[in-house]
Design a protein around this ligand. Structure first.
Ligand SMILES: Nc1ncnc2c1ncn2[C@@H]1O[C@H](COP(=O)(O)OP(=O)(O)O)[C@@H](O)[C@H]1O
Ligand SMILES: [Mg+2]
Length: 278
């Protein structure tokens, strides 16, 4: 019997379906489980910040979400589809709807910035060159690096390389962005410029994302600021206000030990979270 359901008009899928949903996901390699019984969602419009010490499985988690790794148990739903049941060729169109910023940026040193940023588009040989150029310039303009179009990555600073990696992830107007430690190895000032870009993407395009970081400063900046398009920079939210769509996940020894708001994070009794915050 499903009579009660007629009392409520069904919501369109796009409004109610999580962009990402993990259901009781576990994965091990050769030793003990790296991730065990992990469940959480990324809802439309949400930015989820994934915290945890080195080696805890943060990169593995992102690779599970775009199907670069397959879990031993559990389900991974991407745009409402369980990708653990899909064949590689069925996975491609879903992966093409996500943007991935790999740890360290992972640019190809033998390709120009133009070809790095165009990488996903070049795979699709039906797009004319002029159209590719136009979209690359647009993505580079978003990250403030139009002038690097013809250059090779080795002539860029560390911060510029990360910006190019973000432009590459944005090239297909993704419906989800996975950022793996986008500020890792950068100095605090350069890190702030990268976080400002993440915020710009969040507040201008409203793209949902999952961002891995070990830097609490990144997390707090994202929660306490918004991107002001008119000024083209981030601005403080009013005292005591935080971005309601930016929330936290935290891993410890393969387990998800926290899922909630900044306020809850700062007031949790979980000893591990408290130590991490200090
Ligand atoms: N493809 C792989 N094969 C075997 N072990 C892996 C693989 N990828 C990750 N691991 C192991 O999983 C653990 C978590 O790695 P990772 O997700 O990279 O950690 P981090 O939280 O620092 O991103 C580490 O012990 C790592 O050695
Ligand atoms: Mg990692």
């Amino acid at each position: 019997m499903n009579a009660p359901s007629i009392l409520v008009a069904p919501k369109p899928l796009s409004d109610s379906t999580p962009v990402v949903e993990l259901r009781r996901v576990s994965i091990a390699f050769d030793g003990p489980p790296v991730l065990e019984d992990i469940s959480f969602t990324v809802a439309p419009g949400e930015t989820r910040i994934l915290l945890g010490p080195a080696g805890v499985g943060k990169s593995v988690l992102l690779k599970l979400i775009n199907g670069l790794l397959l879990p031993d148990r559990g389900q991974v739903l991407l745009f409402g589809e369980d990708i653990t049941t899909l064949k590689e060729n069925e996975l491609f169109p879903l992966r093409a709807r996500t943007g991935m910023v790999f740890q360290e940026g992972a640019l190809f040193d033998s390709l120009t910035v133009r070809d790095n940023v165009a990488y996903q588009l070049i795979q699709n040989s039906t797009i004319p060159d002029e159209e590719i150029d136009r979209r690359v310039r647009q993505a580079l303009s978003f990250v403030g690096l139009e002038q690097t179009f013809p250059l090779y990555p080795d002539s860029l600073s560390g911060g510029m390389r990360r910006r190019v990696a973000i432009a590459r992830a944005l090239i297909n107007n993704p419906e989800l962005i996975l950022y793996d430690s986008p500020t890792g190895g950068l100095d605090p000032v350069t890190s702030a410029t990268i976080i400002e870009l993440v915020m710009k993407e969040r507040d201008v395009h409203r793209t949902p994302s999952l961002l891995v970081t070990h830097r609490l400063q990144d997390a707090f900046t994202l929660c306490t600021h918004r991107f002001d398009a008119a000024r083209n920079s981030m601005v403080d939210l009013p005292q005591g206000k935080t971005d309601p769509g930016t929330t936290f996940l935290m891993l410890e020894e393969g387990r998800l030990i926290f899922d909630g708001s900044l306020h809850d994070l700062l007031h949790t009794n979980n000893q591990f979270v408290r130590e991490f915050l200090e």
